[in-house]
Each structure stands twice: as structure tokens, then as C-alpha cells.
Design a protein around this ligand. Structure first.
Ligand SMILES: [Mg+2]
Length: 307
């Protein structure tokens, strides 16, 4: 049995009431619209229908592996209507943050090309993406690499070419208290097409650097409030009270919604399950209550027949 205050969007009345409560949708991508290279059935039709009803859509993803243009291409390939101004990957919010603080210096990236390309668009130099030239059998006795004195920030994202030397370099830069330490996001895992395969997310790398250096990162992804500040910077007219956050991850998307005064809708096509939602709802801990959505559905497609 689910707690009665969480509404299953499985009939016309519930969906109509829901849709009348918001003008803006902030929609997560991985696990809601697609899983890796596979679109989630019915997601494009549902979002496009909501758009045709006058709802404004923001695509907000902690994923920092791509640029806005690359995400736009992916959305269009899958049949979503979208435009560049609606896209907020954490690669882009990192660039906005550094611009807002008038950052000057180079950025060492433990992450993917999306961050480097978004930084380049705002004229911030960076390096570190891709394989490191230091031998992979590098050991503490070979602590012979030079640090670039112009590096004033380290940005951490999803890095599938992580190596021990790259981690050592990131930690060495962050050890300097004058170097900014930025987590594009702290997701523990990425959605996997095989449930038994666990894909570590940037949170694993951020925690490793925090453990080594004793410093805490500045987190620019969901569930932090900075991500919403970024959206508001580009869309100042957005009203949190008339906005719904749609996401699959209870510990980031739903918390992000609550932290920013948004309505919350959990779709169970990605990381967070119905059972986890119920466990959070039954918990007495206030931090667990932040993970509980107001609405849920098995998928975005579930609400389509009622729109
Ligand atoms: Mg997700």
C-alpha cells in the first residue's frame, strides 16, 4: 500500500488536476526520456503533447558529457520538439557559474568533452579530457609530473577514461585551497541498460577527491539550488509555484524540486523504483521526506491517453 498523499497519475481526473497546476516543466533526461541510446517509449509524444497544450519545457540534466547542441541533436533524433534555450546540461551550468564569478585561469577537467566545449564557448581554457599521457603504471615513487600554475579550478564530471595519474593530478590541484573544486554533479551512478551492471557516476570521483584533500566540492548539479538559479538567469519569468520537476532519481530530482519550491513528479523508468519511493515515504527522517514526490507514474507515457 502506498501512502495516500502520493498521487498515481493513472486516470483522467488526476492528470487533468495535475496539468492545471503548472505552466513550466523542468524535465530530467537520462532515465526519463532515454536510457543511453534508447528512447523511452512514449516519452517524445507525451512531452510534445504537453508543449502543444502551452506548457513550457526546460531540459535539465546532471549529465555533463555533452554540450547543449549535442543534447539538442539527441532530442531531435528521438522526435522531441526542443530548442537550444531550453537546454541545461551541467556542462553548461558549470560555464555559467564560472562566468558569473568572473573566473580567470585554466580549468583541469576530470570529465568529458562536453565541459571543455561549453567552457571554450565562454573563452575559458581547459585541459584534461581524454587519456592521460602519464604511463598507466604510474606509482607514488614516480611523482614526477608538473602541475600547471595557471590551473585555478578543477571540474569533475563523468570520466570513462579515468586513470590513477588523472586522479592524482586532480587531487594535487584541489589540495591548493586557492583552486576551485567544482562537481558538475554528484550522481552516484548512471542508468544502465543491464540492471545487474553498475555504472559509477561523477559522485564517486568527487568523493574520492574530497577524501584525499579534505575539501568539499561546490556542486553545480541537482539537487542544489544553484542549478535552478542558472535556469532563472536565462528564464527570469519562471515561477517556481507554477513549475513541475519531472525526474527518475528520487535523491536528486525530487529533492531538487522540494529545495526550490517546485511540484514533483516521479517517473519510474530509470533509477528510482516504486519500492524506494514507498520506503522514503514511510521514513521519519526529514531528509528522506525530501525524496518523496507529489505525483508518480510508471512512465511519462502513462499520462498520454489522459492529455
Ligand atoms: Mg535521470
Amino acid at each position: 500500500m502506498k501512502p495516500s498523499n502520493i498521487i498515481d497519475l493513472n486516470d483522467r481526473k488526476a492528470v487533468e488536476d495535475f496539468v492545471n497546476r503548472f505552466d513550466y516543466i523542468i524535465c530530467d533526461c537520462d532515465g526519463v526520456l532515454w536510457i543511453d541510446k534508447d528512447v523511452i517509449p512514449g516519452a517524445p509524444q507525451t512531452l510534445n503533447k504537453l508543449r502543444s497544450l502551452g506548457k513550457k519545457i526546460i531540459f535539465a540534466t546532471n549529465n555533463s558529457t555533452k554540450t547543449r547542441e549535442e543534447f539538442l541533436n539527441k532530442l531531435k533524433t528521438f522526435g522531441f520538439v526542443a530548442n537550444l534555450k531550453e537546454l541545461f546540461p551541467s556542462s553548461y551550468t558549470t560555464a555559467i557559474y564560472l562566468q558569473m564569478i568572473k573566473f580567470s585561469g585554466k580549468v583541469y577537467i576530470l570529465g568529458s568533452s562536453g565541459i571543455a566545449k561549453e567552457l571554450a564557448k565562454v573563452h575559458i581554457e581547459s585541459f584534461g579530457v581524454g587519456p592521460d599521457e602519464t604511463p598507466s603504471n604510474w606509482s607514488p615513487g614516480m611523482a614526477d609530473f608538473d602541475l600547471d600554475p595557471n590551473v585555478k579550478a578543477v571540474a569533475v564530471g563523468f570520466d570513462n577514461q579515468l586513470s590513477f595519474p588523472k586522479l592524482a593530478k586532480a587531487c594535487s590541484y584541489v589540495k591548493n585551497p586557492k583552486c576551485l573544486f567544482i562537481a558538475t554533479n554528484r550522481d552516484e551512478t548512471y542508468p544502465s541498460s543491464k540492471p545487474e551492471v553498475v555504472v559509477p557516476g561523477p559522485g564517486a570521483l568527487v568523493s574520492a577527491i574530497e577524501t584525499v584533500t579534505g575539501r568539499e566540492s561546490i556542486s553545480l548539479g541537482k539537487p542544489g539550488t544553484f542549478f535552478f538559479d542558472c535556469i532563472r538567469y536565462i528564464h527570469p519569468e519562471i515561477d517556481p509555484k507554477r513549475t513541475v520537476m519531472i525526474g527518475d532519481r528520487l535523491t536528486t530530482d525530487m529533492v531538487f524540486g522540494h529545495n526550490n519550491g517546485l511540484k514533483t513528479f516521479h517517473v519510474q523508468t530509470g533509477i528510482g523504483t516504486f519500492e524506494e519511493m514507498i520506503d522514503f515515504a514511510r521514513s521519519d527522517k526529514s531528509e528522506d521526506q525530501l525524496c518523496v514526490p507529489e505525483y508518480y507514474a510508471k512512465s511519462l507515457a502513462q499520462i498520454l491517453p489522459f492529455l
